[in-house]
Design a protein around this ligand. Structure first.
Ligand SMILES: Cc1cc2nc3c(=O)[nH]c(=O)nc-3n(C[C@H](O)[C@H](O)[C@H](O)COP(=O)(O)OP(=O)(O)OC[C@H]3O[C@@H](n4cnc5c(N)ncnc54)[C@H](O)[C@@H]3O)c2cc1C
Length: 528
């Protein structure tokens, strides 16, 4: 992962004349906004003492404790646009003092216990792709901050082919996990857009949802067992496919963002590798018409196995700039709204599912565009974030956020959020382009994923923080959730009490106090 951009440095693309022209037509004149060099990022001196570092070295071997400039910069914050803007400006104020890389559950447990005793804050660090400030620990009152990097923990620990389960170490990246499973003819099927650079532990810790969640389910729905190292000991959860042994405590760990402990092992349900993948495009006259068709799919097809594997619907604006195929700006399905529908499975399963879905979509007013738009989307499905960096280079701020609500409220939520974002940025003197797609559907509702582009003001962080406030206020006022899959982190925390109520917040605090009495686990993240 590049230290100040998304992904593989080899895939970074300079801004083409075409893109520059398009941006200027939509947003006005642009200016170059280069990043500082890696060596210019300013870091505070390492706060941890030599004794602290030696003690950590004794727990995980000295070669796995790093305090060098690049190690610290690369574990500073995550990959939200404000994170990128800060690091591009040379602001390394949130850098950890040390990066510690354990190789096993026992080493993680030892570090966590030691940190609790010495009041050192621990930030579990997976792929570092958080977009909600989940990697920015509070520093006050702590002897220092350690980034606990899980990327040495990359083993497939067990496979139960009879039951269809696999146990994975938390530091495996998405593609690494799929590769190990594929050797056994198996598939996990979790493909968030961050898939190439995010980890199994991160997926669990954020309740991630992927582009194929319609068919394969959200990540939290895939998790069967969890092994967690907390400051007060090990938590091992999940003994059976389903049970009535009190509240399901796995739910306390899923989405806990490192605030209660470190997820070290995750047992997931797996499926046979699909023999066939088929993606296609459909056009609907309007976003509302497309959403109504999606609702029919979600409610009329047999529950749990009827939905297509991939299902997403771009609104008119997103269809127009063709972010449904994020690799190519411009072109695309002309007019209306593009829906991408994908089916995966055996040839028979795909044929049956495709036919059944097509009949329903046609009946709901859709026009079949054939395989090309779907295949093009699938080919570029992980490339969109590279475009954000290119746009930041020419002073265009691009950020995304998401929410979810019941079908009955979807239209209202969409209109209110779009209006709030447009009004706020226009008031700031930078009228934006606001794009949206339905990214995930359920029988009872759907999630909306917004992409916003605007000319960057002198202080892009303050500019976006104001707009994000306006957007989240509008989400809450319209009955949406503050997050469908990005998690809470620090950025959504001010609205958490509105989401779960004061008693809900007290429950979270109580759990934290019991499992993390010294408050060293990712302080400031999730729990207010
Ligand atoms: C370009 C881009 C696209 C994205 N697309 C999607 C998407 O489609 N769907 C989606 O759900 N999300 C998406 N995200 C958000 C992000 O990728 C997810 O939240 C992902 O699950 C984070 O995984 P990670 O390994 O990078 O975790 P990190 O970013 O390293 O950590 C995320 C949080 O979890 C904690 N954590 C990490 N590992 C552990 C562990 N083992 N134990 C305990 N706590 C831990 C961290 O402390 C932090 O609070 C996207 C982000 C970017 C930048």
């Amino acid at each position: 992962m590049h230290w100040s951009r998304w992904g593989d440095p080899a895939k970074a693309r300079p801004v083409s004349d075409e893109l520059r022209g398009l941006v200027e037509a939509f947003l006005g004149p642009v200016v170059e906004r280069p990043s500082v060099e890696l060596a210019e990022v300013e870091l505070a001196p390492v706060a941890l003492s030599d004794e602290h570092l030696a003690a950590l070295g004794a727990l995980v071997e000295r070669e796995h404790v790093h305090t060098g400039h690049e190690w610290r910069v690369r574990r500073t914050r995550g990959k939200s646009t404000p994170d990128l803007l800060r690091i591009r400006a040379g602001d390394g104020a949130d850098a950890p003092d040390a990066v510690v890389r354990p190789g096993s559950h026992d080493e993680v447990a030892a570090v966590v216990a030691w940190a609790s005793e010495h009041r050192v804050a621990v930030v579990p660090f997976g792929g570092g792709t958080s977009v909600v400030g989940g990697l920015v620990a509070r520093r006050d009152g702590y002897a220092g901050v350690v980034a606990l990097d899980l990327r040495r923990m990359t083993r497939l620990l067990a496979v139960d082919e009879v039951s269809g389960t696999a146990t994975l170490e938390a530091g495996l990246l998405g593609p690494e996990a799929e590769e190990l499973l594929a050797e056994r003819g198996l598939l996990l099927g979790h493909y968030p857009q961050s898939f190439p650079h995010a980890t199994i532990g991160g997926f669990a810790a954020t309740r991630s949802s992927g582009q194929s969640s319609a068919g394969y389910g959200r990540f939290d729905a895939m998790v069967l067992e969890l092994r967690v190292a907390t400051p007060v000991g090990e938590l091992a959860l999940g003994t059976s496919p389903a049970n009535a042994a009190g509240p399901d405590l796995r739910e306390l760990v899923l989405g806990s963002e490192g605030a209660f402990g470190v997820v070290t092992e995750v047992t997931v349900r797996v499926r046979p590798l699909p023999e066939r993948k088929h993606y296609e495009g459909w056009r609907f006259a309007s976003f509302a018409a497309g959403a109504a068709a999606m609702r029919r799919l979600a409610q009329e097809l047999p529950q749990g196995r009827g939905l297509p594997t991939v299902l997403r619907l771009s609104d008119e604006a997103e269809t127009a700039v063709n972010l449904a195929s994020p690799d190519a700006v411009g072109g695309g399905a002309s007019g209306g709204c593009l829906m991408v529908v994908g089916h995966e499975g055996t040839p028979d399963q795909v044929e049956v599912a495709q036919g059944r879905t097509a009949a329903l979509l046609a009946d709901a007013g859709g026009e079949r565009l054939g395989e090309e738009p779907g295949t093009r989307w699938a080919e570029g499905r992980f490339d969109g974030p590279y475009l954000r960096d290119s746009l930041l280079d020419i002073g265009v701020l691009v950020e995304t956020f998401e929410t979810v609500t019941w079908w009955s409220r979807l239209d209202e939520l969409y209109a209110a959020v779009k209006q709030a974002v447009e009004a706020d940025l226009t008031e700031q003197g930078t009228p934006p382009l606001v794009l949206c797609h339905v990214s995930h559907v359920y029988e009872t509702g759907a999630s909306l994923y917004f992409t916003v582009a605007a000319r960057e003001l002198d202080d892009g962080v303050a500019q976006w923080s104001r707009t994000k406030r306006a957007a989240t206020d509008a989400i809450v006022a319209s009955g949406g959730s503050i997050t469908h899959h990005h998690a809470v982190g620090r950025d959504h925390q001010p609205w958490l009490e509105q989401e779960v109520g004061p008693v809900g917040v007290e429950l979270l605090r109580a759990v934290k106090e019991r499992v993390d009495p010294a408050g060293v686990m990712n302080p400031g993240v999730l729990v207010p």
